[in-house]
Write a new protein. Structure first.
Length: 405
């Protein structure tokens, strides 16, 4: 098939949306001829990533606003306006390409937010929307405890979600999509409400065989200290403050516990202050964010990954931890709730802040005390990643999706 991808974010080795765009292209280009409309600013990274991959049937088409019109893109909230304008330019480029190539299928891959439209739907070919997420929200009972910055962020996010129902271009995207791919159950509900005829829940993330080789080359190094890991941007909705509170509730007689947090962000000082107030600053180790390859190798030094995110459509770090044999403790929300099962980790219901903290503490205490349970979860986690979350393993499921479209 001749497939056209709209991938605003697409680049190798950068994680998040760029990594999703890149790997989706890689898998499709194994069996189809793929054209990718993406941003010109990623051209160098893309061309370097293509070196040594002559078998990929991929063509890249670069689109961006003129350089003098890009300076405002990084203003607060301006990225969404810029993205709208970029989508318009991408559509006109795609329409011209279609006249020359004659595409069999169009698909929007990134940005992966259901409340933003894709003008690729206007082409006269079957259109797949997604994978998209963003339907998750911070539970109402968790919002009152947020600082002002966090409450403003959540308000803007809620307004964006509500506004999608009023945006005629979003509704048009939903109506014209032959198939919508939702990254979470919460987003699937939103897509159905917008008018999508067919919605399928499918994870937008996976690991590559190269990732697995790197992880497998690093042997697990168990030690006497029970080591817990979190990694990600230090933002209010990542929920790292819940993990600090939970660690503080675990009796020292259970095990000597270290909680390592890798990442940078505006919540760093608040998290340090919380650890200081709870008397565990000596056991909470803050580290700067590591390059992805270094983090993958570091995972073997930890027993458990705790990921208490309040809304996360993906959750790359959970998959990475599972692949390294770390049991995952997460909230039963968003993308991590799709990845983690009862056989591979522990999912905590998010009913109230205090309940969540207490349940996290009990889960971590149980894992610290039960080596056999950790080993059982570790083995099952690695197996689940290999069966369901390797990009190469997605080829068959992707084939099924495209044959139905």
């Amino acid at each position: 098939m001749k497939i056209l991808l709209s991938a605003y974010a697409c680049a190798p080795g950068q994680g998040s949306d760029p990594e999703i765009g890149w790997n989706w292209m890689r898998q499709l280009a194994r069996n189809h001829e793929v054209w990718v409309v993406t941003r010109a600013t990623k051209r160098l990274s893309i061309e370097q990533g293509l070196i040594g991959k002559p078998s990929l049937n991929a063509h890249f088409v670069y689109v961006d606003l003129p350089k003098p019109l890009r300076f405002w893109k990084n203003w607060p909230g301006a990225i969404y306006v810029y993205y709208y304008l970029w989508q318009g330019l991408a559509y006109f480029k795609a329409r011209k390409l279609h006249r020359q190539v004659g595409f069999d299928l169009g698909q929007h891959v990134t940005f992966g937010m259901y409340w933003m439209p894709s003008f690729l739907c206007l082409l006269p070919v079957p259109f797949i929307w997604g994978p998209v997420g963003g339907g998750e929200s911070t539970p109402p009972r968790f919002r009152s405890g947020l600082q002002l910055r966090g409450r403003i962020y959540e308000l803007i996010r809620t307004l964006a979600q509500a506004g999608s129902a009023l945006d005629p271009f979003v509704r048009l995207t939903a109506r014209r999509a032959k198939l919508a791919l939702a990254t979470t159950n919460e987003t699937a509900v939103k897509l159905t409400a917008l008018g999508c005829r067919r919605v399928q829940v499918t994870s937008c993330i996976a690991l590559t065989s190269e990732d697995m080789c790197l992880i497998d080359s690093t042997q697990r190094r168990p030690g006497k200290v029970f080591r817990i890991l979190s990694a990600g941007r230090l933002l209010h909705w990542k929920g790292f403050h819940f993990a600090i509170e939970a660690v503080a509730r675990i009796p020292e007689c259970v095990a000597y516990i270290e909680y390592w947090i890798f990442g940078t962000g505006p919540e760093r000082k608040a998290l340090e202050q919380l650890a200081r107030e709870r008397g565990i600053l000596d056991r909470v180790i803050f580290q700067a964010a590591l390059p992805r390859n270094e983090l993958l190798q570091k995972l073997s030094e930890f027993d458990v990954m705790v990921h208490p995110s309040l809304h996360d459509s993906g959750g790359f770090v959970c998959l990475e931890a599972m692949s390294a044999g770390c049991a995952v403790v997460c909230l039963d929300l968003g993308g991590p709730a799709v990845q983690v099962t009862a056989e591979t980790g522990i999912k905590i219901p998010a009913i109230s802040p205090d309940q969540t903290i207490q349940d996290l503490a009990e889960a971590l205490e149980r894992l610290a005390s039960d080596t056999a349970l950790r080993q059982r979860l570790s083995e099952a986690a690695r197996e689940r990643v290999r069966e369901a979350f390797i990009w190469e393993a997605k080829v068959k499921s992707l084939g099924d999706i495209y044959s139905q479209s």
